[in-house]
Design a protein around this ligand. Structure first.
Ligand code: SF4
Ligand code: SF4
Length: 371
């Protein structure tokens, strides 16, 4: 089969770009993982066998090439009520709902199969590095992959690698950092929690994205303000990047599919949601947290409401405190009321003192100190 036929099919199905690379193991990544085992231990514990993915042969013994498809996930604009609260990569995520991207990938793999090519769609090989090896992009110092050809060379792209048992001529790798020399590491300076410690070096445990879906216990006091209004994910180091400016400077047409679910992701609805609401409206789109972890959603929402400095949330936070019995949620609600200030917040906090346990009382007392 000709490479050009595969490329034509990918574009016909609406993928934005495509590249090809070899089955060589990812030795450089192995060195990084070996030297930073503690920082990535959580990923292995969560069941993602990243070490196995460092050698594509572990996934498909008879594999001969890797095809990388690229999807621009931010090709249309998202509602302003969702921007700044949810990472853009998750707003139109079709992995669970088996939506349009899933269907296109299925058709593409059927096309390969009809031509005698078997494929695997691995989740644990290094997607961005595979893409750079397939000549599709270069790295930013914020670790994101920036396209070489599409989306005005921005980072709003998802790579989808497919290991295939057919040898295609590999494309010229572009494994390099493509940042302009004049950029004074804006991404690193702007990372609110210091997760980006140096060029291309991140401590994932400090990243707001990680914290928003894996934080154990109540968010420590010293990073609540820094986490801002992010509820799930964080785009800050991409938003401040001058390499993304050309894409961000245009008027994109609205993403109607995402606009349709804006109300479901309204902060007030999330703060009061029950399990059924989470299971049917939220989890199908943002599924990194289990059905036992709605407390983290509510805790994040309470923090985001506090950091919004929008007093309209005060009655909702007071109501949520009364309907909740989770210390982590109520502790954060107390913090948020303290941050929002005002007589109504103060009166409510004082009234909560009597019936709260020690942990929550501590948060309430801290919040009251701000008045
Ligand atoms: S996503 Fe946010 S928290 Fe994570 S490295 Fe980027 S700016 Fe920092
Ligand atoms: S902000 Fe600057 S250093 Fe960071 S990724 Fe963008 S261009 Fe590179």
């Amino acid at each position: 089969m000709e490479k050009s036929e595969v490329i034509d099919k990918a574009f016909e199905l609406g993928f934005d770009d495509i590249g090809f690379t070899t089955m060589e193991p990812f030795e450089s990544q192995k060195e990084i993982l070996d030297s930073r085992k503690r920082e990535y231990a959580w990923l292995i514990l969560s069941g993602t066998d990243i070490e196995k993915g460092l050698d594509p042969k572990n996934i498909m013994r008879h594999g001969k090439s890797i095809i990388v498809l690229i999807d621009v996930y931010f090709s249309k604009s998202f509602p302003s009520g969702l921007e700044g609260y949810f990472g853009r990569a998750y707003l139109d995520d079709h992995r669970r709902t088996k939506g349009p991207l899933y269907q296109r990938l299925k058709v593409f793999r059927s096309f390969l199969r009809d031509n005698g090519i078997d494929s695997r769609s691995p989740f644990n090989i290094p997607h961005r590095l595979t893409s750079a090896r397939a000549g599709l992009g270069t790295f930013g110092k914020n670790n994101f992959l920036y396209s070489n050809r599409i989306a005005r060379k921005s980072s709003w792209i998802s790579p989808i690698p497919l290991i295939v048992d057919y040898e295609f001529e590999p494309d010229e790798p572009t494994i390099e950092v493509g940042c302009p020399k004049w950029c004074k590491n804006t991404c690193i300076a702007s990372c609110p929690t210091g997760a980006l410690k140096a060029p291309n070096t991140i401590d994932p445990r400090k990243c707001i994205s990680f914290l928003s879906y894996y934080q154990i216990g109540i968010t420590p006091l010293e990073i609540r303000e820094q986490m801002g209004t992010w509820v799930y994910g964080c785009d800050r180091c991409q938003e401040v990047c001058p390499r993304n400016r050309p894409w961000l400077s245009q008027n994109l047409s609205p993403n109607e599919r995402v606009a349709d679910k804006e109300e479901d992701f309204n902060l007030v609805n999330l703060l009061h949601m029950d399990l059924e609401y989470y299971q049917t409206k939220i989890w199908p789109h943002m599924f990194y947290q289990s059905f036992n972890e709605t407390w983290r959603w509510k805790m994040n929402v309470a923090r985001a409401m506090g950091n919004s400095l929008d007093q309209k949330y005060i009655p909702e936070l007071i109501k949520a405190f009364k309907e909740n019995n989770d210390d982590r949620v109520n502790g954060m609600i107390a913090w948020a009321l303290g941050r929002l200030g005002g007589d109504e917040s103060k009166t409510a906090l004082e009234s909560f003192l009597e019936h709260s346990n020690e942990k929550v009382r501590e948060e309430i007392s801290l919040a009251l100190e701000k008045f």
